[in-house]
Design a protein around this ligand. Sequence first.
Ligand code: ZN
Length: 111
Amino acid sequence: MANAGVQLDEKRLVMLDDVCECEGRLVDDLDVEKGLVSENKPTKCSKCGCKDIQGVEVMGTYEGTLFWECEECDSAILRFEENKTEEYLQLAKGLWTNPSDWGYVPRSEFN
Ligand SMILES: [Zn+2]
């Protein structure tokens, strides 16, 4: 059982700095399996084969599971392409660097 973040059914809600150093390319801070994207919850971890996979939502990014994480070895499996995941993570970074601008940028205005 994970001890960080809020437990929501099969999803864990975390803050950006729980998963990233907030420097450079954020998606690179995730321990992701390169080239592997799984829109639906993977049945098992591609690294250790463990079946305890949990969705992870990062506050201020995508509303819902942003990526999957193995409970056993903490390796992450992307739900969106790397570039898309990076865009979402950058949204949360904006919240951190500009706390006065707290709020969501409408997706249509986000480039
Ligand atoms: Zn694993």
